[in-house]
Ligand binder design. Structure first.
Ligand code: NAI
Length: 217
């Protein structure tokens, strides 16, 4: 995999938001979008949009804006989502089943290629269109199915152990739903999703009467 330039995290987050907005408009038949339209849709200034996109090249066309299909391809390339990513999901509980049932990941280039659980009453069952594998099959299936992303959806007390197993099997990125900071070596990326933290941020905003979107940061 070629090395990617270091991009500030808030910029990467905005790129994903740009991509989501442009994909929606493209599906509605829009052929072009201006930095102003993109900024307005996301509560950002057009200068911020132009600055972010200019980091990666000159995609705009004077007087026209950005061609939606061209910009979608460029953003997917920058974000590394112009290819298929196979993911392993560990933990077939509430969160795991919700993720397994959500059909749009595949359209975004992410395929839940294998799911695992340690509970013998679930192992070998077919749930939401996925066969649940035993943890003892994890190392073999991660290699066999070229899985590079692991999703941790197990209780916090087991999250580190599961992450270690995924990394030992060859996973390079972990999406962590457990409320636990994971220790990983520097070749592995971790993104944590925590609704409680997001809700706390929101409660803080609301309690202080602050308005605006937290997505900008
Ligand atoms: P759950 O209890 O419904 O399911 C957990 C699953 O993990 C079970 O099927 C269990 O058999 C399996 N498991 C446990 N230890 C394992 C191991 N060592 N190896 C493989 N599988 C194992 O839990 P739920 O509600 O789905 O939550 C999953 C995680 O997500 C928890 O850490 C929870 O705190 C967290 N959570 C995160 C949220 C967020 O915003 N990120 C919101 C709600 C929950």
């Amino acid at each position: 995999m070629p090395p990617r330039p270091k991009i500030p995290r808030p910029t990467v987050k905005r790129l994903s938001l740009y991509l989501r907005e442009i994909e929606t408009r493209s599906e509605l038949g829009h052929k072009t979008i201006s930095s102003k339209q993109l900024g307005q849709a996301l509560g950002l200034t057009d200068a911020q949009v132009r600055k972010d996109l200019a980091c990666f090249g000159n995609f705009g066309h004077p007087g026209v804006g950005y061609q939606t299909t061209e910009l979608i391809a460029e953003l997917r390339n920058i974000l590394g989502t112009d290819r298929q990513w196979n993911a392993a999901l560990v933990g077939v509980g509430n969160i795991g089943r919700a993720l397994m049932s959500y059909g749009r990941f595949r359209r975004k280039g992410f395929d839940i290629a294998a799911v695992f659980d340690s509970d013998p009453t679930i192992v070998d069952q077919d749930i939401a269109g996925h066969h649940v594998h035993s943890m003892k099959d994890l190392a073999g299936l991660v290699k066999e199915r070229d899985i590079k992303i692991g999703v941790v959806a197990v209780p916090a007390a087991h999250a580190q152990q599961v992450a270690d197993q995924l990394i030992a099997a060859g996973v390079l990125g972990i999406l962590n739903f457990a409320p636990k900071r994971l220790d990983v070596h520097d070749k592995v990326s971790v993104v944590s999703v925590d609704f409680s933290v997001a809700l706390e941020q929101l409660a803080f905003q609301v309690s202080l009467g602050l308005v605006g979107s937290l997505e900008e940061g």
